[in-house]
Design a binder for this molecule. Structure first.
Ligand code: NAP
Length: 244
């Protein structure tokens, strides 16, 4: 389904990002994984993708850093020749109620979750514009749709991603570029394993269970593939019905 395509996935060495990378590699896309931490972990994730016979390379970059993203995107184009698919998945949480939230935690979450989407999309767009093709998939959250007590920074960043998604869809749609967002609910990853009140939260899910990274990755794969070529500016929940 993705043969000949190059996919860039931020936050790709673990959790939802890595599962997206696996789905895309299974479908024959070459993969560039961007993470902020130890590059050896990202290299190990790339090695796992190579069993699918694809090219997979690790990049260490803080996606909130405009200049670093510019250099990383340039390096990816040098290594792979092009970019066809961008998955803006990297994200963090720094939770607390607003009266105890520090400026530092507000800025960190807005910069890593939201500014990163601007940085990556801005630097990848010229490549998509030249080839009249591109698939941008942004990982938002139901917190961006509903709000969530204790997550004013995270909810704002994820709601911001929805605004970016719809604007990019309008700006670039005529040039064959699709931009969509996915909004996961509670998904089993490192991010949610110690979530306070997790059991109570799951109780509020109509399907009475957390999702798996595969549930999100299947949707991202659909949005990255030609079968969704007439879908843009959409926000699709993967939440077991939690936010309906
Ligand atoms: P995760 O397991 O905590 O993984 C986060 C990934 O983001 C890691 O690969 C991490 O890289 C990377 N990252 C963090 N800061 C970065 C930075 N400054 N620059 C580059 N990469 C950075 O998270 P996840 O649960 O898979 O979540 C993935 C996305 O889904 C996030 O945007 C999250 O907000 C969203 N989401 C998750 C859930 C859920 O229930 N899990 C629900 C809704 C939305 P390192 O490994 O190098 O640290």
């Amino acid at each position: 389904m993705l043969k000949g395509k190059v996919a860039v996935i931020t936050g790709g060495s673990r959790g939802i990002g890595f599962t997206v990378a696996q789905k895309m590699a299974e479908n024959h896309a070459d993969i560039a994984l961007i993470d902020v931490g130890n590059i050896e972990n990202t290299q190990a994730s790339c090695d796992m993708l190579k069993v699918f016979g694809v090219n997979a390379r690790p990049y260490q970059c803080d996606v909130s850093d405009f200049t670093a993203v510019k250099a990383t995107v340039a390096q990816i184009v040098k290594d792979f020749g092009t970019i066809d698919i961008l998955v803006n998945n990297a994200g963090i949480t720094r939770d607390s109620l607003i009266f105890s939230m520090s400026e530092e935690n507000w800025d960190a979450v807005i910069n890593i979750n939201l500014k990163s989407v601007f940085n990556m999309t801005k630097h990848c767009s010229p490549i998509f514009l030249k080839k009249h093709y591109g698939k941008i998939i942004n990982v938002s959250s139901i917190a961006g749709l509903m709000g969530n007590a204790g997550q004013v920074n995270y909810s704002a960043s994820k709601a911001g991603i929805i605004g970016v998604t719809k604007t990019i869809a309008r700006e670039l749609g005529a040039r064959g570029i699709c931009c969509n967002a996915v909004a996961p609910g509670v998904i089993d990853t490192d991010m949610t394993k110690d979530l306070p009140g997790r059991d109570k939260l799951i109780e509020s899910v109509p399907m009475k269970k957390a999702g798996k990274p595969e549930d999100v990755a299947n949707l991202v794969l659909f949005l990255a593939s030609p079968v969704s070529d007439y879908i843009t500016g959409e926000v699709i929940r993967v939440d077991g019905g939690m936010a309906m």
